[in-house]
Design a protein around this ligand. Sequence first.
Ligand SMILES: NC(=O)c1ccc[n+]([C@@H]2O[C@H](COP(=O)([O-])OP(=O)(O)OC[C@H]3O[C@@H](n4cnc5c(N)ncnc54)[C@H](O)[C@@H]3O)[C@@H](O)[C@H]2O)c1
Length: 293
Amino acid sequence: MEIKKIAVLGAGQMGNGIAQVCAQAGYEVTMRDIAQKFLDGGMATIKKNLERGLKKGKITQEEVDAVLGRVRPVLEMKDAVKDADLIIEAIPEIVKLKLDTWNEVDELAPKEAYLASNTSSISITQMAAATKRPEKFVGCHFFNPVPVMGLIEIIKGAATNDESVEVIKQLAKKLNKQTVIVNEAPGFAVNRLLVPAINEAIFAIQEGVTTVEDMDLSIKLGLNWPMGPLTLADFVGLDTLLYISDYFVDEFKDSKYRAPALLRKMVRAGWMGRKTRKGFYDYSGDKPVPQRF
Ligand SMILES: NC(=O)c1ccc[n+]([C@@H]2O[C@H](COP(=O)([O-])OP(=O)(O)OC[C@H]3O[C@@H](n4cnc5c(N)ncnc54)[C@H](O)[C@@H]3O)[C@@H](O)[C@H]2O)c1
């Protein structure tokens, strides 16, 4: 089946990035969120990203206008999914929210549409089972920032068929991204490694082993990561990291995945990282300022 129209659920960090790259690849996109302010924020980010490309001469003004014209922000789920060939979900990493949403999507979307979740950790099989078309349900895990990162993990749930995997492979080709295929397991391949690594960095800060900036510098220079783990944590979103850690403990029944108390405390304080301008760094000024704990 040829995919022409894509509905993206969620206009947050990942949703607006996915909407942008799909529109750039020529797809008609609807981007759905639950309040106008989130849609406005998502559209503003897309515009800012495209204008950065314009300044660098990577894209023309006509292309910017055409891409923006292909993304339609909508509030009603029905408007988002009614004509879609593929629905990509990028709403918060909360199991019940995802299950309820998929139930609703399944009722409203065309029966032939494919369903894909950008979840970082939640079971594809469990979400697929909330629909009447589990064979058309597949994990499609983009990386942050979506326009920059070159990988999509394709996750097969228990019932996912080959055609659904092929749909995401074809999409990735058009988006100029590489794919890996992973059988379902919590955290798939990348986050299974990344989340415990970031948590270990936070444990070290909590224990006073070193400072935020020195932990980041150590890993950046010592392991040649493009950014340190605490900077990365702020990019990912501390709430998302906490959800994933708690989910890993539930699924693996292994305390080695537990979240540091410091991470939980920060999320309770509303310090989610870059999106709230405060996390391991304070982003309210010109330059990120490392926090002391
Ligand atoms: N942040 C990352 O680095 C990253 C990377 C890969 C995957 N993910 C996954 O992508 C998903 C989204 O993460 P994010 O970082 O974009 O979160 P985010 O908080 O930036 O955005 C989520 C958006 O979804 C909206 N939303 C809530 N309920 C909704 C609903 N029922 N319908 C439509 N929109 C709804 C929220 O208002 C918000 O704007 C999560 O599953 C996360 O695990 C995140």
